[in-house]
Design a protein around this ligand. Structure first.
Ligand SMILES: NC(=O)c1ccc[n+]([C@@H]2O[C@H](COP(=O)([O-])OP(=O)(O)OC[C@H]3O[C@@H](n4cnc5c(N)ncnc54)[C@H](OP(=O)(O)O)[C@@H]3O)[C@@H](O)[C@H]2O)c1
Length: 236
């Protein structure tokens, strides 16, 4: 697939809702967008909102766990900013976690980083310009009961991001990892008290800060937390 951008192009995975949607809306002011997720209807709705800010928007209904489909859809696209945001969380005791729940988290939070980044990074390196931003989590350096797989995947993100940063920064490509604390999204089960949490737009602001930093400056890690969280003590 190819595209002919007029503004810098940002591709955001998991753009159909939550943090990814907020990132799309925030970057729409200065970027053209490629929005990726599985839910085509939600993507179309986010696209309409972004177009109101002047962005040209392409939507791709894609399951990023599918390596072949991802490579086919993304290879050759001109993308200046990649935001690897898609993620899933199944928080429950290890002994209650099914193989499907385990594999889904590893496939979306870890393996999709390979599929998506592998398709788009060569173009950035070739152009000597680009930015890969990954939405990690404070769960990438903390742990909690019920977080065996999720915290494991987010710890992986930290190692992957720093190693990739060292590998490609001399080629003019920046790598950032944004690590939010709790954010009010559908990542949490229905009925969760999210009133004390960050808003998705707060994380979008952090992403915008990282990807629009001056050319000589690399924001590699940025941790964003709620101030004075009024949460139950057992929460993370
Ligand atoms: N919410 C928090 O407290 C929090 C804190 C720290 C970090 N994070 C991280 O922030 C990121 C976004 O999470 P969120 O809170 O915004 O969750 P969310 O509201 O559940 O949104 C998740 C997004 O990922 C997409 N997605 C899931 N599986 C996918 C797949 N197989 N292929 C393509 N897209 C897929 C979903 O779209 P479709 O269902 O349409 O495919 C959706 O757009 C995740 O990486 C999460 O780990 C969240």
């Amino acid at each position: 697939m190819t595209n002919s951008p007029t503004r810098p192009v940002a591709l955001i995975t998991g753009a159909s809702r939550g943090i990814g949607r907020a990132i799309a809306l925030r970057l729409a002011a200065a970027h053209d967008l490629v929005l990726v997720a599985r839910d085509a209807d939600h993507l179309a709705s986010v696209a309409r909102d972004c177009e109101a800010s002047g962005a040209r928007v392409q939507t791709l209904a894609l399951d990023v766990r599918d390596g072949l489909a991802t490579a086919t859809a993304l290879t050759g696209l001109h993308v200046d900013v990649l935001v690897n945001n898609a993620g899933v969380a199944v928080m429950k005791p290890f002994l209650e976690m099914t193989a499907e729940e385990w594999n889904r988290q590893v496939d979306v939070n870890v393996n999709a980083l390979y599929h998506v980044t592998r398709a788009l990074l060569p173009g950035m390196v070739q152009r000597g310009h680009g930015h890969v931003c990954i939405i990690g989590s404070t769960a990438g350096r903390n742990t909690f009961v019920g977080g065996t797989c999720y915290t494991g995947t987010k710890h992986f993100v930290m190692g992957f991001a720093e190693s990739l940063m060292l590998e490609v920064r001399d080629a003019g490509v920046g790598v950032s990892v944004i690590t939010p604390g709790s954010v009010a999204t559908e990542l949490f089960p229905e009925g969760t008290n999210t009133a004390w949490m960050l808003e998705p737009a707060n994380i979008a602001d952090a992403v915008a800060f990282a990807v629009t930093a001056p050319p000589h400056m690399l924001v590699h890690r940025l941790e964003v937390r709620p101030l004075s969280p009024k949460r139950p003590r057992s929460s993370f």
